[in-house]
Design a protein around this ligand. Sequence first.
Ligand code: AKG
Ligand code: FE2
Length: 279
Amino acid sequence: MSKKLTINPLGPHIGALVEGIPSIASLSDKQFEQLHQALLEHQVLFLREQPITPLQQRNLALRFGDLHIHPIYPSTPESKEILVLDSHNKKPLNNDHWHTDVTFIETPPMGAILAAKHVPPFGGDTAWSSGIRAYETLSEPLRGLLSGLKAEHDFTKAFPEYQYHDSAEDHQHWLAGKAKNPPVIHPVIRTHPMTGKKALFVNAGFTTRIVDISQTESDAILHFLFEHAIKPEFQVRWRWQTNDIAIWDNRVTQHYANADYAPQRRIMHRATILGDRPH
Ligand SMILES: O=C(O)CCC(=O)C(=O)O
Ligand SMILES: [Fe+2]
């Protein structure tokens, strides 16, 4: 019989620390099921001291579902599904904005697994915010109004052309990414396909406008929702050590990577697990 994981919540609404397993790369089916349930409940899980190779990370992610290959970020030589976030050239990456990953496709990721390969002694924390809590704390009439609305999500909002002009190759890559990823429409409030919980599903990273209402109305509503979604009460913030792993439910959360550590280097590996069409 395999050992049970210990799941310790890190706050009332989001985040839990998972302990009691020697290696996340060799979970039994029972342990994996426990991890999966904990993810549904806590939305973001953290593990310390879990060195993991790109292939192990890929195989762990495949237990959750098919993987996404990113149009912009580079990947590891071992696995094209493991993308590399490396703040090389003394430049932090521009993930210092609140976003939900890859909502610019019809079936945005259900989750992601992020492994810390090299982190500065301090700085570079990542924060996650709960869209479930954000939804629950809206007034009933506003929840009703938002439940009927849909919004557009656009790749070029978080990946604007001017940032991909450094070389002709970068620009070609960006043009291909844009051509492959025209804007998509998702509901403003989504229902979690496994738990039935409702969550606010707009993010400042990719959401451009609410459709079928005026631009002025859309701007005002989105401005309010982007602020509301990231109230400190809905958040958990993680201070990384090398070999930490974070796993998040990308259907009901958004996150922000602090870019406060330049000129130090920070290297993360991410596996991105495809999800279903939000409803
Ligand atoms: O580097 C981080 O902490 C997170 C970056 C990010 O936004 C992501 O991996 O999706
Ligand atoms: Fe992200």
